[in-house]
Each structure stands twice: as C-alpha cells, then as structure tokens.
Design a protein around this ligand. Structure first.
Ligand code: G3H
Length: 251
C-alpha cells in the first residue's frame, strides 16, 4: 500500500565519533544515498554537536539531512556549554532531536523543557523530533498509553503542524537492549499517539511517527511495515554504513 507520509530514517550517533571516523561514516552513508537517488524517503544523521558542521559539509548534495541531538530553548545568552537551535541551523542542520529519554534521565529534562526546545527548533527553522516513551516499570504497570499521552500533551509545541513536527516513540526498555516490542504493540502505540495528537493539532494525520529502540537491518522491514510507523530513529545500528543503509532500504 502506498504511504501517505514520506518515511524518515534517522540515525542518532549519540556521544560517538571523532572527526576522521565520523567523516568516513557520513561520506559512506552519503555515497549510498546518492547512488539510490531516493526521493520517496528522507535519510537523516545526527552526529555529536562538535561534528555537525563538518558532517553537513561532507554530505552536501547527497540529499542526506543533518541534525542535532539537543538544543537550548533560548536563541543566545549566558548558558555556558549549551547550543542554540539557531547555532545548529547555522552549522547546516535541518532537524534536532529533543526529549530523548537519555536526556530526560541524564539531565532531568521535563516535558515543559522538551516543549520549549521543540518550540526553539521551530523558531530557528529546524524540524524537531520529539521523543517519548515509557520505562520498563511503566510498561509492566500497564501505563504505556497514559505515559505517552501525558508526554505528548506536555511536550508537543504550541501551534504544532504536521510539517513542523516529527514524533519518535522509543520505549526506554528497548533502547540499546536488543529487545523490541511486538509488531502489534508498536502499531497500537503509534495508533494511540496519533489519536492523542489528533486532539492537540489540526493535521495530526500528516505527522510522521518514528519507532526507535534496537532497530537493525534484520528487524527493520517488519517494524517499518507496522501500522502508523513512518520511519525509524536508529542508535547503535546507525554507526555502520551498511547496516544503516540497509535499514533505510527496508522502508
Ligand atoms: O535514538 C535512538 C534510540 O535511542 C535507539 O537506540 P538503539 O537503536 O541503539 O537502541
């Protein structure tokens, strides 16, 4: 069946990559994408902030998009060590991940923080990828749907429209563990997310919903075919050219 939303395959390199290896990885991905001439899907790589500018230069003209992994809510000011959405944009980024569970856990980011960052991304002309997902304890307590609804209500930017929002569903217990929900669970979670979004914005049907958590070449086709899944947010498997390209091909 033809897809109504353009799939997005996003690689989150997390805190991995020194210049030489990162540029080799970015160039390998760019070469692969260039050869396919894809226009029916988007491929995004999100290197560490130190490499955004160099990676953006390395993939120029290939169609590969570059994104940040986090941004500050303010455009400038006395915030030592932080990076504004405008700075990412200035380095060649087109997108930014906000509210990743690792930042919610490591840095205590709240839904309100995530919303402010997503709004900053929109202000700077970046596409925010808002991450949500339940912990293992929440899943075991049967709270998945209520957690997702609360995170969405708290972190989707004011005045959001489908062109300016991507949501990534990442069950925290599936990140980097090799475990994934069943295909039925992924489809049910994504259907629920779309239903909640429908109450928050006028064109929820157009929002791309990514699945993230232990996506690899061997399970990508199945996960990407699940209902309401419009792409993937890939961590570990995005650090290998062939593996990441195979995931992008699996759409
Ligand atoms: O942002 C990506 C996710 O946290 C998934 O990471 P993973 O593919 O290594 O499980």
């Amino acid at each position: 069946m033809a897809r109504t939303r353009r799939p997005l395959i996003a690689g989150n390199w997390k805190m991995n990559g020194l210049k030489a290896d990162a540029l080799a990885l970015a160039s390998g991905i760019a070469d692969g994408v260039r050869q396919t001439g894809w226009t029916d899907r988007e491929v995004l790589i999100c290197p560490p902030a130190t490499l955004v500018m160099a990676v953006a230069e390395a993939v120029k003209g290939s169609g590969v998009l570059v994104g940040g992994q986090n941004c500050h809510a303010k455009p400038s000011g006395a915030h030592t060590g932080d990076i504004a959405a405008e700075m990412l944009r200035d380095c060649g980024a087109a997108c930014v991940i906000v509210g990743h569970s690792e930042r919610r856990t490591d840095c205590g980011e709240t839904d309100a923080d995530v919303r402010a960052k997503a709004e900053a991304a929109c202000r700077a002309g970046l596409l925010p990828i808002v991450c949500i997902g339940e912990t293992l304890a929440e899943q075991e307590a049967g709270m998945t749907f209520s957690v997702l609804a609360n995170q969405l209500k708290g972190s989707v930017p004011a005045g959001a429209t489908a062109a300016k929002l991507v949501v990534a569903y990442e069950p925290v217990w599936a990140i980097g563990t090799g475990k994934t929900p069943t295909i039925a669970e992924v489809a049910a979670a994504h259907a629920h997310i779309r239903k909640v979004l429908d109450g928050l914005m006028p064109d929820a049907a157009g929002v791309r919903l990514l699945y993230g958590g232990s996506v690899k070449a061997s399970n990508a086709a199945e996960l990407l075919a699940a209902g309401d899944v419009d792409g993937a947010l890939v961590g570990g498997a995005s650090l290998k050219v062939d593996e990441f390209l195979a995931i992008a091909k699996a759409v």
